[in-house]
Design a protein around this ligand. Structure first.
Ligand SMILES: *Cc1c(COP(=O)(O)O)cnc(C)c1O
Length: 358
């Protein structure tokens, strides 16, 4: 019997990449695999995707180095750039590309002596106001980077949308327009679209797209991704470790926050917040057992959750329980819990076993 396990489907990954290519047929793909590939396993996912994508995107130099030591030879982009000048020789030697978003990074490049020039993406702040040089600074940074001996002459342009998941908002078009203006007349490839841009804003695809969550078959909104033709890569499962008769009027679990209004059977599932399943979910959040939805009742504990199976249930100890996956979209669980699907996936703890299927 298996306790908390994520099953990861490489077929679903491949399917989603093909869907992404249909949505953005003229763009190259930077597959974003930061945060352990959104909890799916960095090495496995990168190996599974390497032949289908053009580059990988990560948030930390450590993540890039894991990719290189696993034998990945495709380009790797540090999406937030490097954090200190000492990283530059490592970046150069390992043939890693970096974003440049501030003056400290520019100066570090200008003052370094490196064995080979580094490929750089200039990050432009088009309205997210998190990272990037301002529209007014773009020309100056571009000129300085072009003149910099440690920088490869092929400089890319990168930016990021803050509201691409809101299909009714004009803000994405404003950001896209600013990106176009800031890069007009400069040679260099452009990239602004992540999953939201890929799905909803075709005018933002440009030369490179940067899919993250949609590659894993999860939508950047709270609408399940199957309506866009995607398939979840991850299924979070565990097992029933007890099926207990429970009397009307009796509480279940810490704090006794749920009291049964009928005689029933309570199932105990071997997963809890110690696995990264959120503790603060409301009672009634569904799990999937033997082809049906069953509500969680009582508090989530560190290692267990309790579900109301109903008096006439046929469930037995050992039966599989699906917390999210194809049968029960993670977007739905996210919406009920007030969390993001991104958070649910990346919060899973190392105790959860990863099983790679097909
Ligand atoms: C995380 C990230 C992405 C991928 O975002 P998704 O919404 O998961 O597709 C793309 N670009 C940058 C800069 C990121 O940080």
């Amino acid at each position: 019997m298996k306790a908390a396990t994520v099953k990861i489907s490489s077929l679903a990954l491949k399917h989603n990449i093909q869907k992404i290519k249909q949505k953005a047929p003229h763009s190259k793909i930077i597959a974003v695999v930061k945060a352990n590939a959104y909890g799916h396993g960095l090495k496995f996912v990168s190996k599974a995707l390497e032949n289908d994508v053009d580059a990988f995107g990560v948030a930390r130099l450590e993540e890039a180095l894991i990719l290189r030591s696993s034998g990945i030879i495709k380009p790797i982009v540090l999406l937030e750039g490097f954090f200190s000048a000492e990283d530059l020789p490592v970046i150069a030697v390992n043939n890693i590309q970096t974003v440049v978003h501030n003056r400290q990074q520019l100066e570090a490049l200008q003052q370094s002596v490196l064995p080979n020039p580094i490929r750089v993406w200039l990050k432009i702040d088009t309205g997210m106001h998190r990272l990037g040089v301002s529209l007014e600074q773009t020309d100056e940074f571009y000129t300085q980077l072009q003149a910099c001996a440690t920088v490869d002459k092929e400089i890319g342009f990168i930016s990021h949308f803050s509201r691409a998941d809101e299909i009714d908002s004009d803000y994405t078009l404003i950001q896209n327009e600013r990106f176009l203006q800031a890069t007009a007349g400069k040679k260099g490839e452009r990239s602004i679209a992540a999953s939201g841009g890929i799905l909803f804003w075709p005018q933002s695809h440009f030369e490179w797209i940067r899919p993250g969550i949609i590659m894993f078959g999860v939508s950047p909104t709270d609408t399940p991704s199957d309506i866009y033709g995607f398939t979840p890569v991850m299924t979070l499962t565990s097992s029933l470790i007890a099926v207990r008769s429970h009397k009307k009027g009796e509480p279940v679990g810490y704090g006794g926050i749920w009291v049964s209004d009928k005689d029933t059977k309570i199932g105990v599932v071997a997963i809890g917040y110690g696995d990264g399943y959120p503790r603060n979910i409301p009672n009634g959040t569904p799990v999937w057992i033997n082809g049906r939805r069953v509500p969680i009742v009582g508090r989530v504990s560190m290692d267990m959750v309790t579900v109301d199976l109903g008096a006439d249930c046929r469930e037995q100890v050992g039966d599989e329980v699906i917390l999210w996956g194809k049968e029960l979209p993670i977007e739905e669980v996210a919406k009920i819990t007030g969390l993001l699907s991104y958070e649910l996936m990346t919060k899973l703890t190392p105790r959860v076993l990863i099983e790679y299927i097909d």
